[in-house]
Design a protein around this ligand. Structure first.
Ligand code: NAD
Ligand code: DAU
Length: 334
C-alpha cells in the first residue's frame, strides 16, 4: 500500500513513519507536512535516500494538492494538527484552520479517490476532564480549550463522513505521549531541557494536574494495529492507565538528572486547565490485543537520555521565537 501520512515531520508522525516503514517493508509513505514551527526535517534525516519515503512540503488545507496526493495513494493516516494547548489560548485561528478545515479537505480528497482507509489521530483531550474513573469511547465530548474543541470538531466530521458517505474511517484517541523528537514546548521535553540548562521549571498552578503518559512507540504500534485490523467506523481509546501528577514527573526528571528541586517554580495557571485526563484502553486491549510495552519509569529515563544526547536538536529550536512567546504569556524566562 502507498499511504499518505500527514504531519509526519512532527513528534508522533516522524516516530510513526519510521516505525511503519521498518515494520512493513512492502509499503511506502508519502509524508505531507507544512513544516510549521513544530515540523522539523531533522526528525527525518535517517530516512533520506529511502525510496519508500517521499516528503512533500505542503498544507493540508490546500484542496488542489490534496486531490493530487490522494489520487496517488490508497489510504490516509492523519496526524497533522496544531497541537499545543497554550498556543491555542493565545492564537486559536490556526487551530480552526488546520484542525477543522484541514481535516475537511482530507476527508473530501479521501472520499473522491475511494481510499481503503482513513485513520484520524485524535486525543483523549476531546473528552475533557474527570476527577475519577475513565472515559470510554461512548462518552460525550466536553473539550475545554480551543485546541481540544478543534480536535473534537474534526472527530465529529470524520464520524459524519463514515455515516453519510460510507468513508472507511476510524478514530484513535490517545493520552499524553513522550519520547524522542517532542518539541520542547510540551511538559516533558521543556522540563528536561530547562533542567539541563539550569533554568527554572515552570509548573502551572499547584502542579497536581494528572496526565496518563504513554511512550510514543507504544502509541505508534497501537496506530499500526488499528490501521490494519481495526473495525471501520470505530473509535479506539489508547492509554496506559498510569496517571501521574505534573509534579511527580518534574521531580522524576530532576532526580534522574541530579538537579535540585529548587529549580521548580510555580507559575500562573493555564486558563481552563483540565485537572485530570483518563481514558479506558479496554476496547483496544480486548478487541485488538494491544498493550503498552514500556513502563513510565524506564521509558522516561530513556527519553531523558535521548535529550541529553541530542542537545543540538533541541538547542536549535529553543533559541527561536518559541522562547519569546513563553516569556510574553507566563512572564517567565526559559
Ligand atoms: P506536533 O505538533 O509535534 O506535529 C504536528 C505536525 O503537523 C508538524 O510537523 C506540523 O508541521 C504539521 N502541520 C501543522 N499544520 C499543518 C498543516 N496545515 N498542513 C500540514 N502539516 C501541518 O504534534 P504531535 O504531538 O506529533 O501530534 C500529532 C497528532 O497526534 C495530532 O493530531 C495530535 O492532536 C495528536 N495527539 C498528540 C498527543 C501528544 O501527546 N503529543 C496525544 C494524543 C494525540
Ligand atoms: O492528552 C493528549 C494531549 O497532550 C495532546 O492532545 C496535546 O497535543 C498535547 O499537547 C498534550 O496536552 P497537555 O496540555 O496535556 O500537554 P502539555 O505538555 O502542554 O502539558 C502537560 C501538563 O503539564 C498540563 O497539566 C500543563 C502542565 N504544564 C505544561 C507546561 C508546558 C506545566 O505545568 N508547565 C509547562 O510549562
Amino acid at each position: 500500500m502507498n499511504i499518505l501520512v500527514t504531519g509526519g515531520a512532527g513528534f508522533i508522525g516522524s516516530n510513526f513513519v519510521r516505525h511503519f516503514l521498518e515494520k512493513h517493508p512492502s509499503d511506502s509513505i508519502v509524508n505531507l507536512d507544512k513544516l510549521t514551527y513544530a515540523g522539523n526535517l531533522d526528525n527525518l534525516t535517517d530516512l533520506e535516500g529511502n525510496s519508500r519515503h517521499r516528503f512533500v512540503p505542503g498544507d493540508i488545507t490546500d484542496p488542489v494538492l490534496l486531490d493530487q496526493l490522494a489520487a496517488e495513494t490508497d489510504a490516509i493516516i492523519h496526524f497533522a494538527a496544531e497541537t499545543h494547548v497554550d498556543r491555542s489560548i493565545v492564537a486559536p485561528e490556526a487551530f480552526i484552520k488546520t484542525n477543522i478545515q484541514g481535516t475537511f479537505v482530507l476527508l473530501e480528497a479521501s472520499r473522491k479517490h475511494k481510499h481503503k482507509r482513513f485513520l484520524h489521530i485524535s486525543t483523549d483531550e476531546v473528552y475533557g476532564s474527570r476527577l475519577e474513573g475513565d472515559f470510554t469511547e461512548k462518552d460525550v465530548l466536553t473539550p475545554s480549550s480551543p485546541y481540544s474543541a478543534s480536535k473534537a470538531s474534526s472527530d465529529l466530521l470524520v464520524s459524519s463522513y463514515h455515516k453519510t458517505y460510507g468513508l472507511p474511517a476510524m478514530i484513535t484517541r490517545c493520552s499524553n505521549n513522550y519520547g524522542p523528537y517532542q518539541f520542547p514546548e510540551k511538559l516533558i521535553p521543556l522540563m528536561i531541557s530547562n533542567a539541563l540548562e539550569d533554568k527554572s521549571l515552570p509548573v502551572y498552578g499547584d502542579g497536581l494536574y494528572i496526565r496518563d503518559w504513554l511512550y510514543v512507540l507504544d502509541h505508534c504500534e497501537a496506530i499500526d494495529q488499528v490501521f490494519h485490523r481495526g473495525e471501520i467506523g470505530e473509535i479506539y481509546n489508547i492509554g496506559s492507565e498510569s496517571g501521574k501528577t505534573n509534579l511527580e514527573i518534574v521531580q522524576f526528571i530532576l532526580n534522574t538528572l541530579g538537579k535540585p528541586m529548587s529549580l521548580i517554580e510555580h507559575v500562573k495557571d493555564r486558563p481552563a486547565h483540565d485537572r485530570r485526563y483518563a481514558v479506558s484502553p479496554q476496547k483496544i486491549q480486548s478487541v485488538l490485543g494491544w498493550q503498552p510495552t514500556y513502563s513510565i519509569e524506564s521509558a522516561l529515563e530513556k527519553t531523558i537520555r535521548w535529550y541529553c544526547d541530542h542537545l543540538d536538536w533541541w538547542g536549535r529550536i529553543k533559541s527561536g521565537e518559541y522562547r519569546d512567546m513563553y516569556e510574553k504569556i507566563y512572564g517567565v524566562s526559559l
